[in-house]
Design a protein around this ligand. Structure first.
Ligand code: G4P
Length: 545
């Protein structure tokens, strides 16, 4: 394959994650997108996944017991000349640090918001990560077939809560029972929603009608009151709204907003078309050696997720690799920068929901999973041996739930340390130590509480250890970036110095496995208190090393 063909393949890749609060409609929207791409043939296949997993997946008892996914997958399909990779971000009970890490592998994000609810807690958290990376963020305001909040209020909600400008690409005409469709501001077309009696389900790909809002005849189509309101609102948007500035979009400073209803398939295809046009092909990535160009540089990628025990019989691990540049071919020799040696990647696979298929080739933008004999860690770079690069690594995100973990049988100290260390290395949990305390007791922090259950289960099943878990009343943890009177980065791991901080009695100083010092807080209020009483103290919500 010529270099030009490789470049063509890469240029048509669009790799994005869909983020949302549970129940906003992420699964439904994903499913509709897959339907357009022909990747699935009937509605319900993705949704059904939640139940189907009982039958197809037996790699972890917990998954069976709860009937939910503990993993996230990647879905690839073609549409209109594009090759699309949707990264699934675990979001319900299985919300975890992997959800954040998945966003490190995406080039853009689609934020699904329930029109009746506006911005919700989980969206806020995920949005922060997108913002940190400066990737384009597109908004799909869903469930317009239900009574929604005022559209202007929704815009101010997004702008106020998330600190991003918005530019509605289309604008809804009513909502709920009075939902008439959307006006496409970009193409000056009307996309009319049609109820099928009281039925709202079904397909709603209604022709777009070119309209002139100044044409009074439009009232026959949507009614006089609705036309008046639409005129008023679009005038306000044209006058006071933010124009569509693609430079701001590409830096994640302005979010193009689309209204629709995923369940009824309304507004999904126009959204997909516009989104694909506006979002970017694989983005260049920063490496120690300089910026890596996805199109012109040879193969490189990084591990963003490690999944243990997909097949319990083999106790194997699978590493998920985001390809950042060039082309990957099955059996090719690559360089693993952390180990400093050449390796051959055996059996690379691509995931489509639960089915794994062997891939012969993959390109920048694609995600492949590779067998991990225990050598990979999150953030590792894998690249062409003749063109070695080191990617920056993946930050560690602040967990929000904490417990104290003790082994029941003190004779099994070694296994306890091995087990907790290995599971922490995979990135499922984070371990903290109170300086001076014994290793038989650790503080475990997780992003989603399911990880506690997974931990107890795995320690027993894989390491033969019984543990006692006591939940701790902390909600926030922050890495110390600078202590009062110091330069940034100076003395940050000096426990004696950190001990001199003025803190509330329920704030605890702990250490992560890399020796970094952190503060554990029981509320937001305590964080403010610490910052207000220690001038010069700088805290961070994630750690880069
Ligand atoms: P999630 O992945 O973000 O958690 O949300 P999901 O797609 O599972 O949707 C949550 C619920 O909202 C589902 O209903 C789904 O049918 C409904 N929904 C999604 N999009 C729309 C929409 O555009 N309009 C309306 N009216 N409802 C929508 P459920 O009752 O929880 O599940 P199910 O019984 O429909 O499967």
């Amino acid at each position: 394959m010529s270099n030009e063909n490789i470049r063509d393949e890469i240029a048509k890749r669009r790799t994005f994650a869909i983020i949302s609060h549970p129940d906003a409609g992420k699964t439904t929207l994903t499913e509709k997108l897959l339907l357009y791409g022909g990747a699935i043939v009937e509605a319900g296949m993705v949704k059904g996944k939640k139940n189907m997993r009982h039958a197809v997946s037996d790699w972890m008892e917990i998954e069976k017991q709860r009937g939910i996914s503990v993993t996230s997958s990647v879905m690839q399909f073609n549409y209109d000349g594009y090759c699309i990779n949707i990264l699934d971000t675990p979001g319900h009970q299985d919300f975890s640090e992997d959800t954040y890490r998945t966003l490190m592998a995406a080039d853009s994000a689609v934020m699904v918001i329930d029109g009746s609810k506006g911005v919700e807690a989980q969206t806020r958290k995920l949005f922060k990560v997108c913002r940190m990376r400066g990737i384009p963020i597109f908004t799909f305001i869903n469930k317009m077939d239900r009574e929604a909040k005022d559209s202007f209020d929704l815009m101010s909600d997004i702008e106020g809560e998330l600190g991003i400008e918005t530019c509605p690409i289309n604008w809804p005409i009513g909502s709920g029972k009075r939902f008439q469709g959307v006006y496409d501001r970009l193409h000056k077309k009307l996309l009319k929603f049609e109820f099928e009696g009281d039925q709202i389900a079904g397909r709603h790909e209604v022709e777009k009608i070119e309209v002139d809002l100044a044409d009074p005849g439009l009232k026959d189509l949507i009614g006089e009151g609705a036309l008046e309101q639409l005129l008023e609102e679009t005038e306000l948007l044209d006058g006071a709204g933010h124009p569509l500035d693609m430079d701001m979009v590409s830096h994640g400073e302005l979010s193009p907003v689309f209204f629709g209803s995923a369940l009824t398939n309304f507004g999904v295809e126009p959204f997909l078309e516009e989104f694909l046009r506006m979002t970017s092909s694989p983005l260049p990535r920063e490496a120690k050696e300089g910026v890596v160009d996805p199109l012109n540089d040879p193969f490189s990628g990084f591990v963003f997720k490690i999944q243990a025990n997909m097949n319990r019989a083999h106790r194997d691990r699978v590493a998920f690799l985001r390809i950042c540049s060039g082309k990957f071919e099955k059996g090719m020799e690559v360089f693993h920068t952390k180990e400093g040696k050449k390796i051959r990647l055996s059996q690379p696979t691509q995931l489509m929901a639960q089915d794994r298929s062997i891939v012969d080739e993959a390109y920048a933008g694609d995600i492949i999973s590779i067998f991990d004999p225990g050598i990979f860690s999150i953030g590792d770079t894998i690249c062409d041996p003749k063109h070695i690069v080191h990617y920056q690594g993946i930050p560690t995100f602040a967990p929000e739930h904490f417990c104290r973990l003790r082994q029941v049988d003190s004779l099994k100290r070694k296994q306890f340390i091995k087990g907790t260390d290995e599971i922490a290395e995979e990135g499922a949990i984070q371990i903290f130590q109170e300086p001076g305390k014994s290793m038989e007791e650790v503080i475990v922090g997780v992003v989603g509480t399911l990880q506690f259950d997974v931990l107890i289960y795995r320690l027993k099943a894989e390491y033969g250890i019984e543990v006692r878990m006591e939940s701790l009343p902390y909600e926030h943890i922050r890495w110390i970036r600078q202590l009062p009177g110091d330069e940034p980065g100076q003395n940050v791991n000096d426990y004696q110095k950190a001990n001199e901080l003025t803190l509330t009695s329920d704030t605890k100083i702990v250490q992560d496995i890399k020796g970094n010092l952190l503060l554990l807080f029981s509320s937001d209020w305590n964080i403010d208190w610490a910052l207000n009483h220690n001038k010069g103290l700088v805290l961070a919500e994630f750690s880069q090393n």
